[in-house]
Design a protein around this ligand. Structure first.
Ligand code: NAD
Ligand code: DAU
Length: 342
């Protein structure tokens, strides 16, 4: 199978390329990425000489470039997206462009070239805040921030290509994902890398927001199963049940790194913060998916990777990253509070 993987130089996309090339000896991957601030060729460096891999630098909004890359492919798996909620609060424009218009361009190209399988990677955030119970795929979509609203728009557009044009599209809605190569703007890599540098861990609000952190290999396995066995037109949740709040998360990271809990700082909350996500993944489990990593295993693997790959994240943190960090955190950290002992 010749697969176009878009957003392949980002966190989950690069892990997915690794998964495909190790699990499917006959697969050929065309990896496409615009290389925004979040895209990094270092994430794909190990495949540079693999005869089953090629890289194309392109924007998914560029009709001609996408058409050239998709020609001859059997399948498309789309990871390309603006992915960080805090950046979407600061400036939503790029989110609407890539996460909605980009999906239109991809679906048009997939339709024009008669692709046999199309997976669009979406997020559990489209359900919005889930105060009790778990969302199944029929739950109402109620996104509450510009990122999740743009993801909801993009996935509805992708599904419309199934209904209107019989394009065999499937959508996955994944939970918070952790592991190697995650850009240090998401909570876990911010906390881990700051802790290593003895810098404060910025915790939003009272640190009570709940997430279900899933190891990236489990997420990739779920997406790949949907690619091969999913029903066209169907949506599949991909999530684990274990719940952890931000304070417990930060404490666990400090303990793993043997750092003092005094590094934790409570800062002004994220606007529109969703306090809980929870997925019912029974539909994917019925296809044969089961997560292989518990949360403690996933967190330990992730922390170890950042400890062992300082060159990777220090190169990012010493570049344009500093400007974003200042803008998102500096004033809030100046007004921050310690976490009460106990
Ligand atoms: P990421 O930010 O690490 O990677 C996104 C990649 O997309 C980058 O390589 C970037 O260069 C590329 N990209 C952005 N705009 C592009 C454009 N216009 N054209 C081509 N490439 C472009 O994100 P991630 O965490 O790997 O997430 C990948 C996808 O999975 C996203 O669509 C995100 O919404 C979704 N998702 C993420 C998570 C998570 O916890 N990280 C969970 C569920 C779903
Ligand atoms: O749920 C899936 C989503 O998970 C994906 O669709 C998104 O692409 C991905 O970024 C992630 O979104 P979240 O907003 O849940 O992840 P983030 O790592 O930004 O935040 C996790 C929790 O930690 C959330 O409750 C906010 C909190 N937080 C985050 C940061 C960056 C902090 O307390 N401090 C921080 O500095």
């Amino acid at each position: 199978m010749r697969i176009l993987v878009t957003g392949a130089a980002g966190f989950i996309g690069s892990n997915y390329v690794r998964y495909v090339l190790s699990e499917h000896p006959n697969a050929y991957v065309v990896a496409l990425d615009k290389l925004t601030y979040a895209g990094n060729l270092a994430n794909l460096a190990e495949f540079a000489k693999d005869p089953r891999f090629e890289f194309v630098r392109a924007d998914i909004c560029d009709t001609e470039a996408v058409g050239d890359a998709i020609a001859g492919c059997d399948a498309l798996v789309n990871f390309a997206g603006e992915s960080h909620v805090d950046r979407s609060v600061i400036d939503p424009a790029a989110f609407v462009r890539t996460n909605v218009e980009g999906i239109r361009v991809l679906m048009e190209a997939a339709r024009a070239h008669g692709l046999q399988r199309v997976v669009h990677v979406s997020t559990d955030e489209v359900y919005g805040h889930v105060p009790v119970g778990s969302a199944d795929e029929d739950a109402r979509l109620a996104p509450r921030n510009p990122y999740s609203a743009s993801k909801a728009g993009g996935e509805l557009l992708a599904l419309a290509y199934f209904t209107s044009f019989d394009l065999p599209v499937m959508v996955t809605r994944g939970a918070n994902t952790i592991g190697p190569f995650q850009y240090p703007e998401k909570a876990i890599p911010v906390f881990v890398t700051n802790a290593i540098e003895d810098k404060p861990l910025p915790i939003y609000g009272e640190g009570k927001a709940v997430r279900n952190y899933m190891y990236v290999c489990d997420h990739c396995a779920g997406i790949d199963l949907v690619l091969h066995k999913g029903n066209p037109g169907e949506v599949y949740n991909v999530g684990v049940e274990f719940e952890v709040n931000t304070l417990t998360l930060a404490t666990s990271i400090l303990d793993l790194l043997d750092k003092p809990r005094s590094l934790m700082r409570l800062i002004e909350d994220r606007p529109g913060h969703d306090y809980r996500y929870s997925l019912n993944s029974a539909r994917l489990e019925a296809l044969g998916w089961q997560p292989q990593y518990t949360f403690p295993e996933a967190l330990a693997e992730t922390v170890n990777w950042y400890v062992e790959n300082e060159d990777w994240w220090r190169a990012i943190k010493s570049g344009g990253y500093g400007e974003y960090y200042e803008r998102n955190y500096a004033e809030r950290l100046a007004r921050s509070r310690p976490v009460a002992a106990g």
